[in-house]
Ligand binder design. Structure first.
Ligand code: FES
Ligand SMILES: [Fe+2]
Length: 447
């Protein structure tokens, strides 16, 4: 097996085991400490390169009290600025994206900034005692890097590189050509809960048999329909020095995918047929389809357009690789797509967050899907902002999680709650909270 295809373990991590009280999710004071100590010091995944293909294209995203304006430059690079005019502080843009033909013009007094951030025009420029501001004043720029087709920003000018921040994530992801993957679904919603409620949930699978009963087969509550074994004793957990984590659950072995006679049913049956495996050959032995699928994908993938298959490990063809990237991005990465789950803090209220439930898919898998369904699903799903409590679901499965996010937040307000009592399989939550404290206390993640 080549070096690239191996799934290496990450180093063991110790946790300190301090209490995690409800006030971490409700207190304004803690919310402000987190903002100053942590959010302004970490790399944040904020934009997508394909949203800004041409020079002058821009995307504006909010995180906490900041709005960040990402702009494609003439040289092909991307710069990110705080969305604030340096005259008297009015925001420069108010839409989520657009194209600037020549300059960003402030709607208050018409100061005009070039896409590279330089002030290029100010009315009555000779009237400033400190001198003509043009070509002198610039927008305030943030550290920006791109990786996997995403735009990452950091408010700390002295931050480490994105590559060192991501640690082993970088190599795990690099081989997958993720920059070519397209968004196929994008539902977002403001939720009445702290952002950590969301991340805590994606940092454990202990809740699955209870919260996702509809998705777990009656025969086996520790597994999830769609082929994932969520039982902790079968799950591999890794915590990185940098504070990220990875959870690998075995899939492709047919849990809940057979009828009473042991015949393999859809969707596994069609998946097998697509990869030239006859489901009949595996009657009564669904667990053996995992390896058969891995081999078939390895053999047939490249000629069917799945060009990145020669660089990824066998496990990735069938198993769920769920990552949490500190601080606020959880993602289930498959060989051909991922489930993108992110939570951002509100500008002032600790008890609200902006939650994204998005999906991305590789071009080959989209073609395959279109061929199978005889339809063109289209590419590049636009963002849909939904309302919490409205008629439209944020997405199957995830709506169950959202339900407990909001009830749990209510519980965190109780004076009767003395702090969490965590199982070992929830260790990632403990580590996560310790890292937040490390940042607040001015320590980096490596110890
Ligand atoms: S605040 Fe922008 S031009 Fe005055
Ligand atoms: Fe869940």
């Amino acid at each position: 097996m080549s070096e690239l295809r191996e799934v290496k373990s990450w180093p063991e991590q110790e946790t300190r085991g301090h209490t995690i009280p409800g006030s971490r999710y409700t207190s304004k004071e803690f919310f402000e400490q987190e903002w100053e100590g942590m959010w302004t010091k970490v790399w944040l995944l904020l934009g997508r390169e394909s949203e800004l293909p041409e020079p002058g294209d821009w995307q504006m995203e909010e995180v906490g009290s900041e709005e960040i304006l990402m702009v494609r430059q003439k040289d092909g690079g991307v710069k990110a600025f705080y969305n604030v005019c340096q005259h008297r502080g009015n925001p420069l843009v108010s839409e989520p994206k657009g194209t600037v033909l020549r300059r960003f013009v402030c709607k208050y007094h018409s100061w005009a900034f070039l896409p590279d951030g330089t002030l290029n025009f100010a009315p009555d420029k000779e009237d400033f005692p400190e001198g003509n501001p043009c070509n002198k004043v610039t927008l305030e720029e943030l550290r920006t890097e791109t990786f996997a087709g995403f735009i990452w920003v950091n408010m700390d000018p002295d931050c480490v590189s994105l590559k060192s921040f991501l640690g082993p994530i970088w190599d795990d992801w690099e081989a997958r050509n993720i920059e070519t993957w397209q968004r196929t679904m994008a539902n977002s919603m403001w939720l009445p809960c702290n952002w950590k409620v969301v991340l805590d949930n994606f940092n454990e699978s202990y809740h699955v048999p209870t919260v996702h009963q509809g998705a777990t087969p009656d025969t086996d509550r520790k597994a999830i329909r769609g082929n994932i074994d969520t039982y902790f004793k079968e799950t591999r957990f890794d915590l990185s020095d940098e504070g990220h984590n990875r959870m690998v659950m075995k899939g492709g072995f047919g849990v809940g995918q057979t009828d009473k006679e042991g015949n393999i049913v859809d969707p596994l049956a069609s998946e097998l047929r697509y990869w030239e495996i006859d489901p009949v050959d595996f009657k009564g032995r669904p667990e053996e389809t995992r390896e058969a699928l891995q081999q078939a994908k390895r053999r047939l993938g490249p000629e069917r357009g799945f060009t990145h298959y020669d660089k990824i490990p066998d496990e990735q063809f069938t198993d769920a690789f769920h990552y949490t990237l500190f601080p606020n991005f959880a993602v289930s990465l498959w060989s051909d797509g991922f489930h993108f789950l992110r939570a951002r803090p509100h500008r002032s209220d600790p008890e609200q967050c902006l939650f994204d439930n998005w999906w991305y898919a590789s071009p080959a898998s989209q073609q395959n899907e279109n061929a199978r369904r005889g339809a063109n699903a289209g590419t590049g799903a636009e963002l849909t902002m939904l309302e919490y409590g409205g008629d439209v679901s944020i997405g199957p499965g995830i709506e169950d999680d959202v339900f407990v996010f909001v009830t749990q937040q209510r519980g965190f307000r109780s004076r009767g709650f003395k702090g969490v009592y965590l199982s070992n399989q929830e260790k990632r939550i403990r580590r996560y909270h310790e890292l937040i404290d490390d940042y607040i206390e001015g320590r980096g993640p490596k110890r």
